[in-house]
Design a protein around this ligand. Structure first.
Ligand SMILES: [Zn+2]
Length: 203
């Protein structure tokens, strides 16, 4: 790598950790940041320095929140539907399509024995209570269309089947092997609209 002054080198080194950012792009970004006025630089570095302390996850649903109430729990819900997602960031992909106004529940990860993620690692402790308290009538499992996503969906089905509520899974409009964050809004809306039932409501 070229010998840049150490402070620039350091910025490049961190920018390269970002997904899809190689040497060239990291260098371009670093010099761009160097050209910013000092107010922008200070605000950017302060935002970075405090992101871990200012962002927490909601005790109820597991979505990201700041010091204010969780926007996903406090907004009006016209459906008694709860959508299970793997990661807190997935909520934004689904919320952006403006076609779902139910509740969310973040399970934290997918089951993946190869990565050491087992069923007991999923955040399911409060799920059963939430389903009862919110009088949920349908659970939508919205996980990645991957082996790990399908394994996790089957496990959730097993855990929740005694609840006697409708359990649906996003339809296969989502390309096999794709993760939610790369699915466009149109495809995701379609996957929601044509979701299929994993178990019928029996009462
Ligand atoms: Zn919440």
């Amino acid at each position: 790598m070229k010998k840049y002054p150490e402070p620039i080198q350091k910025i490049i080194q961190y920018l390269r950790k970002l997904p899809g950012v190689g040497n060239k792009t990291a260098e371009r970004f670093a010099f761009h940041i160097l050209d910013w006025d000092s107010l922008n630089q200070t605000e950017f570095s302060s935002a970075l320095a405090t992101i871990k302390t200012k962002i927490t996850t909601c005790d109820e649903c597991g979505c990201y929140k700041d010091k204010n109430d969780c926007i996903f729990c406090s907004k009006g819900h016209d459906l008694r539907t709860l959508c299970i997602i793997a990661k807190a960031k997935d909520v934004y992909t689904i919320d952006n399509m403006n076609a779902f106004s139910g509740y969310f529940h973040v399970i934290g990860s997918l089951i993946s024995p190869l990565e050491g993620k087992m069923p007991e690692d999923l955040c399911l402790d409060s799920l059963s209570d939430r389903i009862d308290k919110l009088q949920i009538e349908e659970i939508i499992i919205a996980l990645d269309s991957t082996l790990e996503g399908d394994t996790t969906a089957l496990y959730l089905h097993k855990v929740l089947k005694n609840k006697k509520i409708k359990i649906t899974k996003l339809a296969l409009g989502i390309p096999i092997g794709s993760t939610l964050e790369y699915v466009d809004e149109g495809t995701l809306s379609q996957a929601f609209a044509s979701r299929h039932t994993l178990v019928e409501k029996t009462s």
